[in-house]
Design a protein. Structure first.
Length: 203
């Protein structure tokens, strides 16, 4: 896969995990996206160390701001190593094709603090976000069988991000981070989000 030296598996090569995590965020989280974009010019994603930085810092940045989480979802395909790249690329093309402003980004190691949105009883006040969302998609290829929870709640998403953020560098095959929409000032309406991401669940 792009940005990774050839990896000689020491375990059953049928156990390769291709994982897609998607988080529907309040559009007020644009500052988080800006912070994450800033590392694009600083991280060498042609190395596994660079890929690990992208993965770890993206997961940490999202975990620091759970008040922006509204929807979540995950898919985890266990495939043979020989087909892992095609599965990864298929998901990447599907996600990139949904909206014209999606793009690959890296992340900043020191995100700027952002102000939390209105919260009611510890949960986002959906009436305050005017039905506008941005979606972050995290695609990860991992050598071996990697288990992550099905996302049905905030706790599930937190656990999934924590596990992915701790993947060992020598097990990592590929990482992509996609934002939709990418453009400043743009967001998805509730109807647009449901149409494009029907499997995401309200957290």
């Amino acid at each position: 896969m792009s940005g990774n030296e050839p990896y000689e598996p020491t375990i059953n090569p049928s156990h390769t995990s291709v994982i897609k995590v998607q988080v529907g965020l309040m559009s007020a989280a644009r500052q988080l996206q800006r912070d994450l974009n800033q590392l694009a010019a600083k991280t060498n994603t042609a190395t596994t160390a660079g890929l690990a930085t992208v993965l770890t810092e993206t997961c940490l940045a999202l975990m620091r701001h759970p008040d922006y989480w509204v929807y979540g979802g995950i898919e985890n395909e266990q495939v043979h190593l020989s087909t892992a790249e095609s599965q990864f690329n298929r998901w990447s093309l599907i996600e990139r094709g949904k909206f014209s402003h999606e793009s690959l980004i890296n992340v900043n190691q020191h995100p700027t603090p952002i102000n939390p949105p209105d919260v009611v009883n510890g949960q986002p006040n959906l009436s305050s976000i005017q039905g506008e969302f941005i979606i972050v998609t995290l695609l990860v290829g991992i050598q071996g069988k990697f288990n992550v929870p099905v996302i049905n709640s905030v706790d599930d998403l937190r656990q999934a991000l924590s596990r992915l953020g701790g993947v060992a560098t020598d097990e990592l095959l590929a990482v992509e981070v996609l934002w939709s929409p990418q453009q400043e000032g743009e967001a998805l309406s509730t109807d647009e989000m449901i149409l494009a991401y029907p499997t995401l669940k309200l957290l």
